[in-house]
Design a protein around this ligand. Sequence first.
Ligand SMILES: Cc1ncc(COP(=O)(O)O)c(C=O)c1O
Length: 387
Amino acid sequence: MSRRAADIEPFRVMDILARAQALQAAGRDVIHLEVGEPDFPTPAPIVEAGIRALRAGQTRYTPALGLPALREAIAAYHQRRHGVAIDPARIAVTPGASGALLLAVAALFDPGEQLLMADPGYPCNRHFARLLEVEAVGVPVDAASRFQLTAAAVERHWGPRTRGVLVANPGNPTGTVIPRSELAAIHAQVRARGGWLLVDEIYHELIQGRDEPGALSLGEDVVVVNSFSKYWCMTGWRLGWMVLPAELMPAVERLAQNLFLAAPTPAQHAALAAFEPATLEILAGYKETLRARRDMLVPALRALGFEIPVQPEGAFYVYAGLGGLAADGEAFARRLLEEAGVAVTPGRDFGRHATKAHVRFAYTASRDHLRQAAERIAVWSARASAP
Ligand SMILES: Cc1ncc(COP(=O)(O)O)c(C=O)c1O
């Protein structure tokens, strides 16, 4: 086995999921708050478009950068939603944001170069970097910076081998947003050093309560990753996209041709219905449901003794400090599952900086289930701490 394969850490949440499923198979009732995918169905207009495409025999490869009609639809969406005009030729349709992130790291960085990213943060990014012999530098972040990178942190950590910065806005596992002025300051720092700024906006449509402009409005040199997985509830369809500076497109096209050939064809046809008014109406309803869940779960967790110093503003995650409840998130998650039937993700999945003392709750379950989960935790922790 290669050294690079040996260096890829397991995704601990998958162990929790497997154990939760085994318990369920044995008849136990488990509330799933561990996996980061919406519990809502893909909106019907998208499903219908996918079925129509399959029936019409749309099962062969598309061009490597995606169906021209989908690239145009994505460009029109950016124009409508954020008022930013983008040439569809700058859009690459990819197998999820995962495909986009892999392509971006492959296209932009050489072995030995460094890419700054927040710790805690989405774990696969540092593994994509490792695979390509790029050094992921985890920059410790905490509540003081809303668990996000700042321009000052970028300046402090930029070294002679640093070539770029990757942020997720909002972030996973914290659901916190980089304020617009800070993102612009990060962009200015990166630009001044001749590096690349990559912004993962997979949760951007799930920012609650306000309209945040996307990173594309910062300039044409920003690489913006997005996906149909989360907001559009299409995790299993494996479809995302990326907007890049025009001069990178030939390289990204060559990489896409060789790595993936193309994104899944039925999914691309289905996604043509993603921006229809009927679809957007369904998604607005889902988003409102998520807001109501967050507004219930965060105070309930705080009342149980979890520490949530920054209100999550987007995505569907709460990153909770264990405070006096426990010292080790992994042991806590295991016991919570075995003894109370509630599955959560250990913070350790998301990096090294104080992650051991955290767990992540994904509110991808109904409010009834969230309420039950809070009750189970209350009863369990009262019992666990009883003399
Ligand atoms: C921040 C972030 N980026 C990218 C991804 C990958 O998403 P997908 O490949 O399903 O589009 C995820 C999935 O959880 C994520 O949380």
